[in-house]
Write a new protein. Structure first.
Ligand code: SF4
Ligand code: SF4
Ligand code: SF4
Ligand code: SF4
Lengths: 146, 240, 216
């Protein structure tokens, strides 16, 4: 009985993927995102303009050096595909996109602030803005979900 | 007025004007960002002021069995040279070399071409020391080679490819065009007049595009780096 | 990383007695990793507090916000625009984060909503174990990778006390004696001579506040 009960109980609890599916059907609040984008407009615009796509920042990220040396771990790739996309779309992103960005912003970066760009772009700060926008939509990495 | 007169007269002035006005405009636009960074710096120094360097207990000397150990001489040139491999230059030697060379030549070589200096002299009454024709040719050739290096890197290295957009190619073309056309005009490859027209035109396009495109990193680079360096300096100051 | 645990609800409510607008400030760093003060916990505490405030029939409100880390000015800075709207801040970061917040905002009262417990490891999700007390003079090189400061109830640097009781500590038979573990490990690695090396006691030398400056 007890074991059945526990199985029942477990099934009642939605798995993290099911939860994500429920969450994805939620609407993105564009106004909220835009409020943050407006506050940080200069910083994001400057960074996107200044980044010469030179890839010299790749080796400064410890994750890039220690994990597979793939483009996804390069700091500039991380901010261009997350906050850069949100900025270019003026906040009009879908939940699915935000969930993809969550992978980039949490799993591929720990915000250790070690990376450096020869042109002086503060990449961790941009990634933090990205996380902030995702957090405002209730999208964030939960360390209890592994 | 002929086409030549237009592009070598009013157009030149217009593009210089646009360049200067655009630069000033962009710097003013960046002001809120600079201010933001300064508030942060103040916050850092606020919180660290009057703090003595405190280290932890260090009573482990007792356990050193050997009194004299061979330690690297941290100030020696050899040590510094060995450490070079951890620097940006050490990690990407060729790219950093090519990039530095390219940017230096891109900015300074146009001022050292005899033809340009004659124009400067007649327009402003000032001129810069000119290089010999052969030497300018070599420099121009180096710039074109650098551009080729960037192009090949963009086309082949997966890391670079992953964040390359069409604008990167356009930027590269705009940067290379004045030098390529100048080179061809000087050596009378193809048609001299056409090449000269193209040379002037492409130079003007480049000048105008500096404040309004990705070339803005020429200007913003100084600001963002100074903000960073300032940050670093403040932190160094705290090293009592 | 740093491990924290939420204070009891009563203690939290007591500490913010008399403050109207409360900001519950989470931390996306270690606090979030150990499920102690991340965005989820912040949201939960806000719900609890607001239910409590309603039951009190007061107009007090708690709002939640999570910064990436409270121990770095880069990430605290974003709260500057709205910090003045709140009468008090409940910080869900470790003590270091809470203190840094207090330092950055001298006018705002900061209250910790969590207890900073340990520098520890993750046994599994939600189970964390203390491993280090940051004594500032690590000796585990001599003690076979077992920290006597943390694991020994008396923090003895040199050898067990007289209370060692069949491999357990004298304070409880559930707690293994650190020095027995040290002995066994050193013995299995044939490094027993290490145990004879006398390590001078700290004598409170490690009690001043520390500043770390790395060579970069
Ligand atoms: S080093 Fe800087 S400019 Fe180069 S790709 Fe990275 S962020 Fe962009
Ligand atoms: S902050 Fe993120 S991107 Fe930068 S070095 Fe750390 S992990 Fe890499
Ligand atoms: S403030 Fe404390 S809990 Fe948060 S990241 Fe920093 S050390 Fe960890
Ligand atoms: S001896 Fe123990 S408390 Fe001290 S630094 Fe080492 S592990 Fe940490």
């Amino acid at each position: 009985m007890t074991s059945n009960h526990s199985i029942l109980f477990e099934q009642d609890e939605p798995s993290s993927e099911q939860k994500d599916l429920v969450e994805i059907s939620k609407k993105v609040c564009v106004e909220e995102i835009n409020a943050i984008l407006k506050e940080k407009k200069h910083q994001i615009a400057t960074a996107l303009k200044v980044c010469a796509h030179c890839t010299l920042c790749a080796d400064s990220c410890f994750l890039y050096r220690s994990k597979e040396k793939v483009a996804e771990h390069m700091p500039s790739h991380k901010f261009i595909t997350s906050i850069g996309v949100i900025y270019k779309k003026k906040g009009k992103v879908t939940m699915e996109e935000l969930y993809e960005m969550r992978e980039t912003l949490w799993k591929r970066c720990v915000l250790c602030t070690r990376c450096s760009c020869p042109l002086g772009i503060n990449i961790p700060e941009l990634l933090a803005i990205g996380r902030r926008i995702l957090r405002s939509q209730g999208v964030y990495h939960s360390y209890s979900e592994n | 007025m002929s086409l030549y007169q237009i592009i070598s007269g009013p157009m030149v002035w217009t593009s210089f004007l646009l360049f200067i006005a655009g630069t000033i405009f962009q710097i003013i636009k960046l002001y809120p960002f600079i201010k933001q960074s300064t508030t942060r710096l103040n916050a850092i120094s606020y919180s660290s002021v009057n703090r003595e360097k405190t280290t932890t207990a260090n009573n482990k000397k007792i356990f050193t069995k050997k009194l004299f150990r061979h330690l690297p001489d941290f100030n020696s040139l050899i040590y510094k040279f060995a450490m070079l491999k951890y620097s940006l230059f050490g990690r990407y030697p060729l790219t950093i070399f090519v990039t530095t060379l390219f940017h230096l030549l891109l900015i300074f070589s146009p001022f050292m071409v005899l033809g340009h200096n004659i124009l400067f002299e007649s327009a402003l009454g000032v001129s810069f020391p000119s290089l010999s024709s052969e030497f300018s040719t070599i420099l121009t050739f180096i710039i074109i080679l650098c551009c080729l290096y960037f192009l090949i890197r963009r086309l082949t290295v997966p890391l670079v490819k992953s964040i390359t957009t069409s604008s990167d190619y356009i930027m590269l073309a705009i940067a290379a065009a004045p030098f390529l056309t100048g080179f061809m005009a000087h050596h009378q490859i193809f048609n001299y007049t056409v090449m000269l027209h193209l040379h002037i035109l492409s130079g003007e396009i480049m000048l105008i595009s500096i404040p309004f495109t990705k070339f803005i990193h020429m200007i913003y680079f100084i600001i963002t780096r100074v903000v960073l360096m300032n940050n670093g300096l403040r932190i160094k100051e705290l090293k009592i | 990383m740093i491990k924290i645990k939420e204070k009891t609800f009563n203690e939290i409510v007591d500490s913010i007695e008399g403050f109207k607008n409360i900001l519950v400030l989470g931390c996306g760093g270690c606090a979030s990793v150990c499920l102690g003060g991340g965005q989820k916990e912040v949201e939960r505490l806000c719900v609890n507090l607001n239910i409590f405030f309603k039951s009190e029939l007061s107009s007090r409100v708690a709002k939640g916000y999570t910064v990436e880390r409270q121990c770095n000015i880069t990430f605290i800075e974003e709260t500057r625009s709205f910090i003045k709207d709140f009468d008090a801040v409940l910080s869900m970061a470790c003590g270091a984060g809470a203190q840094y917040m207090a330092e950055i905002y001298p006018a705002t009262p900061i209250f910790p909503a969590v207890n900073t417990i340990a520098i520890g490891i993750d046994r599994e999700v939600g189970v964390y174990e203390e491993k280090c007390r940051a004594c500032g003079d690590c000796v585990v090189g001599f003690t076979g990778g077992v920290c006597p400061v943390t694991r020994c109830a008396k923090g003895l640097f040199n050898g067990p006390c007289g209370g060692t009781n069949k491999g357990n500590c004298e304070i409880s038979s559930n707690i293994p004696c650190a020095w027995v573990d040290i002995y066994n490990r050193l013995k299995s690695q044939d490094r027993l001579d290490n145990i004879l090396k006398i390590r001078p006691v700290m004598e409170w030398q490690n009690q001043t506040q520390r500043t770390v400056i790395q060579n970069r």
